[in-house]
Ligand binder design. Structure first.
Ligand code: MF3
Ligand code: CO
Length: 270
């Protein structure tokens, strides 16, 4: 039923990729709602409520809720929070903040997982540039998802671009992952490293590509809530993620509303 290659990586049939696309679109549409809802005065919990309703209204289930005891439908990580911030109502977003919103859903057994970092009102140039570089690093990594490329080419492209743009910290202990009938599957996808290493990519593989970049140190710690990852120096961090299928026609960005076409310049199935 579910095929794996010799490295234990799930290989989807074209029909199964259609299932992945449907799940990815639920996540992509939910994140667009959340992007539009971000504003000064809004709380991360407000966003979580919007997300859970949007996901369930599409007949899907929020994958984060209950995952290893996680209590919410999204992760909401503000400023120096890198990933896995738990949405609460204790702190309103303020003009000048940035918020990383990570969202996952299961539709008909298939997982989608994607994240965006969004400015709250007007934000300073350094944060705007941090977001731009992180998103572009993600797209450079995604562009490496071609049959015959090596797994480590993804992280290599991410790191190469980030380093070309400034002195950004790349947290070493977090990265992307295979995705399919579960949110986190083999392989682990580093956001750094040398090219040409690891398993070869093949059509039917689905990977979540998710760089995080910090304005300062790459070192992080986890808060006492056991979830929230923050930078050690308190400087800001950004995070972008898409779930992507490897196809003979190039990367199919399952969680992008246009399949990745506008950013990659490749035409794929939408
Ligand atoms: N989307 C995150 C990732 O890509 C997972 C969130 S962890 C959860 O790894 F517990 F919130 F689900
Ligand atoms: Co992920």
């Amino acid at each position: 039923m579910f095929k794996k290659n010799k490295h234990g990586i799930q290989i989807k049939t074209p029909e199964q990729l259609d299932g992945m696309r449907a799940a990815g679109l639920v996540v992509g549409r939910t994140l667009e709602l959340l992007r539009a809802a971000v504003a000064p005065g809004v709380t991360p919990l407000d966003l979580d409520v919007i997300a859970e309703k949007a996901i369930r209204d599409e007949g899907a289930v929020p994958s984060f809720k209950g995952y290893q005891g996680y209590p919410a439908s999204i992760c909401a990580s503000v400023n120096s929070e890198v990933v896995h911030g738990i949405p609460g109502d204790g702190r309103k977003l303020r003009e000048g903040d940035i918020i990383s919103i990570d969202c996952g859903a299961i539709l008909a057994g298939w997982h989608g997982d994607s994240a965006i970092t969004v400015p709250v009102g007007e934000v300073g140039p350094e944060l705007t540039e941090l977001m731009r570089v992180t998103e572009e690093a993600m797209w450079r990594g995604i562009a490496a998802l071609r049959p015959g490329a090596h797994l480590s080419d993804i992280g290599h492209q991410i790191e190469k671009y980030a380093r070309s743009q400034g002195r950004y910290g790349i947290p070493q202990e977090y990265g992307g992952h295979g995705i399919g009938t579960e949110m986190h599957m083999d392989p682990w996808v580093a956001n750094h490293g040398r090219p040409g290493r690891g398993p070869k990519l093949e059509a039917g593989m689905c990977l979540a590509v998710e760089p995080m970049l910090n304005l300062g140190t790459d070192r992080t710690r986890v808060l006492a809530d056991d979830w929230t990852v923050v930078t050690m120096d308190g400087k800001a961090s950004a995070h972008f993620e898409h779930s992507v299928a490897v196809t003979e026609q190039g990367p199919w960005v399952l969680t992008a509303l246009d399949g990745g076409e506008s950013r990659l310049g490749t035409v794929n199935r939408t």
